[in-house]
Design a protein around this ligand. Structure first.
Ligand SMILES: NC(=O)c1ccc[n+]([C@@H]2O[C@H](COP(=O)([O-])OP(=O)(O)OC[C@H]3O[C@@H](n4cnc5c(N)ncnc54)[C@H](O)[C@@H]3O)[C@@H](O)[C@H]2O)c1
Ligand SMILES: [Zn+2]
Length: 376
């Protein structure tokens, strides 16, 4: 299987069973799918789409594999986070059962992180697990959600409460899908790439400073995926320190995301992570040795790429700081009352288990309000 426009990264995963996973990344990685499928011992192929990927992404898949038009069953779910639910798990499972999908069926998940999380989860439990392939169609799913073996759904309004560690049979990352993605969605995924640079690779961070989200190339995506993979392969089940590093920007970011959820202007995940990374860079300066110069560099870069008008000050006012603290305490990353953060001590070097006081967290939110948002 070869194509000069496609890189293949093979990862060795030793849970839940020894498995080699190929990640195909490139400007036409789907051209390898047909050949790959012919080698699979599956007896039926299902394609999971949402309303947007049915319109924008399925036609390309069908063009690449014309026989699919007759031989596969397409299962459609609504788009949006609300599809990460038991109701949707039932819809997809019912459809698989109706079509007599056996344990040797293969599910191709064609969509963003919502769809790859949900589809991966269904595949991991239907008949005790069938094969699945992630075909991520958003930048966020290409560099983050489809890599690392986490699947899941939300429950009782809490994100990712129910889920599994499940390894796909392959991942096909084809950058042509990004052509129909909105600018906001592209920027949301770009934030996770910046995070990969900040925690692991200063040269990559500097490379990202030279481009805008719409200038992202297959090579840049490949590098970002390699960085995430590096972490995941060292700590597949998040039992050690490595995988915690991926939480950088997310402890405060999740609280901000949740706070904006109920307002007229909800933030996309990556946008909330940008605000979280600014606050947690401040904490890194105060608690883990990040220099003032590097803090300023991160703040300047992020504010030049993201529309600060999104971060409505009336939502992020001081009265809501206690909400943020309360949220973080209830978040799964908080242990025994103290708030533990994954921070950086310089650009490209993470440090985990940094305990920060409530006062510091409030200061970091103040930093966001005064030094970032007010400048706009
Ligand atoms: N499993 C993991 O490790 C992991 C990591 C990060 C995020 N996630 C999860 O990912 C989800 C967010 O993913 P997301 O940001 O991709 O959101 P999403 O899946 O909701 O996609 C965003 C929107 O873009 C649409 N879309 C998808 N591809 C498109 C395309 N090519 N052209 C036009 N529109 C397209 C979708 O229908 C949706 O409306 C969250 O639920 C989050 O929890 C999981
Ligand atoms: Zn994230």
């Amino acid at each position: 299987m070869s194509n000069p426009n496609v890189s293949i990264i093979t990862t060795d995963v030793d849970f839940p069973m020894q498995k080699k996973v190929d990640l195909m990344i490139g400007s036409d990685s789907l051209s390898l799918l047909n050949e790959w499928l012919l080698k699979q011992p599956c007896d039926a192929v299902f394609v999971l789409v949402d309303s947007n990927t049915k319109e924008h992404c399925l036609p390309l898949l069908l063009r690449m594999i014309p026989s699919f038009s007759e031989s596969v069953t397409v299962i459609e779910i609504p788009n949006g986070e609300q599809s990460k639910s038991f109701e949707t798990v039932m819809i997809v499972s019912r459809k698989l059962l109706e079509k007599c999908a056996s344990r040797h069926a293969l599910l191709l998940n064609l969509g963003g992180g919502v769809l790859t999380d949900l589809g991966g989860f269904v595949a991991s439990i239907y008949k005790r697990g069938i094969g699945f392939v992630q075909i991520p169609t958003t930048l966020l799913a290409q560099v983050d959600a489809s890599v690392g073996g986490k699947t899941g759904i939300d429950f009782e309004h809490v994100k990712n409460t129910i889920g599994t560690f499940a390894v796909p049979n392959a991942v096909f990352i084809d950058t042509r899908f990004l052509e129909t993605l909105s600018d906001r969605e592209l920027k949301s995924g770009f934030a996770e790439m910046v995070k990969h640079g900040l925690i692991l690779d200063d040269a990559f961070y500097n490379e990202l400073k030279m481009i805008t989200p719409s200038q992202v190339t297959p090579k840049v995506i490949e590098h970002s995926v390699k960085l995430k993979n590096l972490i995941v392969s060292q700590d597949p089940r998040e039992t050690g320190k490595e995988r915690k590093a991926l939480n950088f920007g997310h402890t405060i970011g999740h609280a901000i995301e949740s706070m904006f959820m109920e307002t007229w202007c909800p933030l996309l995940h990556g946008e909330a992570v940008v605000a979280g990374m600014i606050c947690e860079s401040y904490l890194s300066h105060r608690h883990s040795g990040l220099s003032k110069n590097e803090l300023d560099d991160i703040r300047t870069f992020l504010t030049s790429r993201y529309d600060m008008a999104l971060y409505d000050l009336s939502v992020l006012n001081e009265e809501n700081d206690n909400y943020v603290l309360h949220f973080i305490r209830n978040d799964k990353k908080s242990k025994g009352g103290s708030i533990s953060f994954s921070l950086i001590n310089r650009i490209g070097k993470f440090v985990t288990d940094c305990v920060c006081s409530d006062v510091s967290v409030k200061e970091s939110l103040d930093f966001l309000r005064k030094k970032v948002i007010k400048r706009w």
